[in-house]
Design a protein around this ligand. Structure first.
Ligand code: T5A
Ligand code: NA
Length: 223
């Protein structure tokens, strides 16, 4: 049986990476689990270092459309590895994925930070990711803006402004609404991430265990 593809999404500083690490350790005690973090800034990708400079250095200028395609390309660079892991029966945890890609570009195009003056529609934003492996479940970590802003390191990167974060939050809310009405969308679980690290971990474990125990919740085949 192929492995479970688990996506952890959320706003900046909602605790995604912390929770991905904890979930990976937990799953590794009984099965094999690999973690992919997007953007993948490592040398495993050709696009990672460019995206890292763009995010951390305000003097790096790139058209918004080009940046969007780079984020998608960065996921495509790991597509074969993800598929190989799943086929080998390993669980795969994704730290951000296509929903971050869509939300940030769309939100930015509506905000003062947008450089091109053209609104990037949700359909345009989603198009380059069509064909990537689809998660069996998405866990969305929700945290209010003030709590997120109090957590370490906030404000250091390009998109960590209140205007963009507020708009990103609105786009994510649309995904949640869609997930409840559109059978095509992967299962979406919103988790309150304002609790302690351990509380959030236990909630995530509960959701994932249900998918691991119930084969019918797993999409098949990977497409
Ligand atoms: N982006 C990304 C796009 O525009 N398009 C795309 O396609 C993709 C994939 C970088 C930016 O790229 C954009 C979105 C982003 O703006 P990133 O590399 O994921 O994306 O960003 P990071 O800075 O690594 O991660 P985040 O800011 O999103 O943080 P996390 O992973 O949500 O939070 P984490 O776990 O690192 O925790 C942050 C701090 O909070 C503490 C942690 O110890 C840490 O100090 N913390 C808690 N404190 C109290 N209670 C809890 N429950 C806590 N959980 C964590
Ligand atoms: Na992170």
């Amino acid at each position: 049986m192929r492995g479970l593809l688990i996506l952890i999404e959320g706003l900046d500083r909602s605790g995604k990476s912390t929770q991905c690490d904890l979930l990976q350790s937990h799953l590794n005690s009984t099965t094999q689990a690999n973690l992919y973090k997007f953007p993948d800034r490592s040398s495993a990708t050709a696009t990672g270092s460019l995206l890292h400079s763009y995010l951390t250095n305000p003097t790096v200028q790139l058209p918004d459309e080009a940046v969007h395609l780079l984020f998608s390309a960065n996921r495509w660079e790991r597509q074969q590895d993800i598929l190989a892991d799943l086929t080998a029966g390993k669980c795969v945890i994704l730290d951000r994925y296509v929903y971050s890609g869509i939300s940030f570009t769309h939100a930015k195009s509506l905000s003062a930070a947008g450089s091109s003056g053209v609104i990037a529609s949700l359909d345009w934003c989603a198009a380059p990711d069509i064909g990537l492996p689809q998660p069996d479940l998405t866990i969305f970590l929700e945290v209010d803006e003030d709590t997120a802003a109090r957590r370490g390191g906030y404000g250091a990167e390009r998109y960590e402004t209140k205007e963009i974060q507020t708009r990103v939050r609105q786009v994510f809310a649309r995904f949640e609404k869609l997930a409840n009405t559109d059978g095509k969308l992967q299962k979406w679980h919103t988790v309150n991430a304002a609790g302690s690290i351990e509380e959030v971990h236990q909630t995530i474990r509960g959701i994932v265990e249900e998918y691991l125990a119930n084969e019918t919740l797993r999409k098949s085949p990977v497409d």
